[in-house]
Design a protein around this ligand. Sequence first.
Ligand code: HEM
Length: 378
Amino acid sequence: MLSSCWLWMGRLLGRLVVLLLAAGLLGGAIGYAYYSVKFSGPVSSEEQIPADEAALTQLIIEDAIRVVEQHRSDTRVLRDAHAKAHGCVKAEITVAPDLAANLRYGVFSQPGKTWQAWMRLSNGNAYPQFDRARDARGMALKLLQVPGNKLLGQAAEQDLVMFNHPSFFVRDVAEYRQNFAAQADGKKVLAFFPNWDPRNWEIRHLLIALQTLSPAPETPLATTYNSIAPFKLGPNASKYRVIPSPQGCPAYAPPAQNQDLPNFLRNALYQQLSVDRVDACLALQVQLQDPAHFMPIEDPSVEWDEALSPFITVANIRVPAQDFDSREQNLFCDNLSFNPWQALPEHRPLGGINRLRKSVYEAVSVYRHARNQQNPAP
Ligand code: HEM
């Protein structure tokens, strides 16, 4: 009696597994077919600005200021995102000597030219946590002594702000507002399911968010950082990224770090640049939009297909061996501000998520600097 009952349950479980597998396969096939149709070109090469974007942006700024106050560390107010730095290091960015004429715009207009720059490497989270926590990792570059008017004023700087996943977890400002507000209410996965209507469920975006929170790389210089959102490159739209490019530097195998330590990414950087004194090499690349295909300006949750438009190296980056981990330099690093709009008009940010970043980065930066001046570092 007992054995036939077990057999019956086994058969039932087996059927359930087969049914679930079949449903999964069918769901995958339907999803694939749906996105093949939805994500087909052509697309606009111009921006399209929704009427409610400015009002939503104001609400997001208020939320962001609340977040920095919640997460302040002792008396210091940190960044609203990418609060924890592994370090700010000096870098040299040399425009490719043989750069094609159609890519020679802005800071890339002079082949062979070397820019001095600051590079800030960070974890994406809104407050510092152990490096072993799954997270996005950020790289921000500030090219110095760049002549010409900038979109944010006269500072002689060109910023490039990236993290190490190729797509963003929301498509536009409206979805960002809804998702950010839900996350602020403690919802994580549920932030992607705003109501009972399955047409509003953002399962693809949830998967992007889960993939973005990835394990730490071996060192902050051993992963690919993406602009994710598009930018002008002269008359064209483009995305950019920074990849490791070790062939230009002495061979170096980073020793394994103790990943139980809270700051092992900083330790890895320190080991290579300050103890072993080995330079690191990377390459800065751009990908041009081809509007004949599905390479949208207004939706950074969509990666542009590299088979249709491959990334091309526009500059080589050298991070020379150096000492960077001093109290003064860490404080200087915390006080730096990066903003994708700190840019020449030839590199103007494009799309809703970038338009949102303009006001939010500025507001948070002004706010945290003002608060930190009232309470200077000990
Ligand atoms: C394409 C998408 C994005 C990328 C690649 C990106 C990347 C980064 C990186 C790397 C940093 C750290 C910069 C540094 O080292 O100082 C940063 C900071 C920041 N991000 Fe983003 N981010 C993106 C989208 C957004 C969005 C949509 C918002 C909010 C509306 C946002 C808000 C901020 C804020 C407030 C800071 C701190 C600014 C400061 O206090 O100086 N980011 N982001």
